[in-house]
Write a new protein. Structure first.
Length: 255
């Protein structure tokens, strides 16, 4: 029986990556690193989970002789702090709405007694900025478990954050359903034993999502209906009834 929905954040709850890339580039300019991540570069860097990790990976690619030193690490921390502030300002200004169907499904799940959780490698400030407006300043009370970068020892595709969220929920993976947008996220959720629905963004749409429960462009709502012909949907948006049917009819993918 389906008892909880577990959501990734960046790309899944909201299509955040364009705003993240702009914030990174503003931080690079402020620190005068002389870097600029174009869209193609950023899409490649999305294979690395975590903002600090992406900066460090890029630095190793362009300046391997200095990338591992203490000064470089201090700069990475400074850049990431600036980037987080710039990103939060964009979100707080209302520039990043939740993806179609997300808020509707969250509300329906709460109304029907399903538990909600977050399993992400994003910074707590980013998460707060994203959910404060649509769910209110006390948005945390709606989630039974929160996994974010503040307590994530190992980043996706490692399943650690999902395992910790499941432990907090006190549920087995078979009682939960995960939502992801990227191959790394799908691998992490699958390794934790979770059935996973994937809603790619423009940054991840070209990837393969083997073993996903479903791959859909978004969750859909009245204003943004899904394409016709999605198997198992009576309406042109994802409902809890459809999720329960898909969940019950599908075995977890091999970890």
């Amino acid at each position: 029986m389906l008892e909880a929905l577990i959501f990734d954040v960046d790309g899944t709850l909201a299509d955040t990556e364009t705003a993240h890339r702009a914030a990174f580039n503003e931080a690079f300019a402020e620190v005068r690193l002389g870097w600029h991540w174009d869209e193609d570069t950023y899409i490649r860097l999305l294979q690395v989970s975590g903002g600090r990790e992406r900066i460090a990976h890029h630095w190793r690619m362009v300046e391997p002789d200095v990338a591992g030193g203490a000064a470089a690490q201090a700069t990475i921390e400074r850049v990431h702090a600036i980037k987080t502030r710039r990103f939060e300002a964009r979100v707080s200004a209302g520039q990043l709405p939740l993806r179609p169907g997300v808020l509707r499904l969250l509300r329906e799940a709460l109304a029907q007694g399903l538990r909600l959780a977050i399993a992400s490698t994003t910074a707590p400030a980013n998460l707060d900025a994203l959910l404060r407006k649509p769910l209110g300043p006390d948005w945390r009370r709606h989630f039974a478990a929160l996994g974010d970068a503040s307590a994530t020892a190992r980043k996706k595709p490692d399943p650690w954050v999902y395992q910790q969220v499941l432990a907090t929920l006190g549920l087995q993976a078979r009682a939960c359903l995960a939502f992801e947008d990227s191959p790394n996220g799908l691998r992490a959720a699958t390794a934790a034993g979770l059935r996973t629905l994937v809603t790619p963004t423009a940054h991840t749409a070209g990837h393969r999502f083997d073993h996903a429960l479903r791959v859909l462009p978004h969750l859909g709502d009245l204003a943004h209906p899904l394409p016709t012909g999605v198997s198992g949907l009576e309406q042109r948006w994802v409902t809890l009834d459809a999720l329960r049917r898909w969940h019950a009819a599908t075995r977890p993918a091999p970890a």
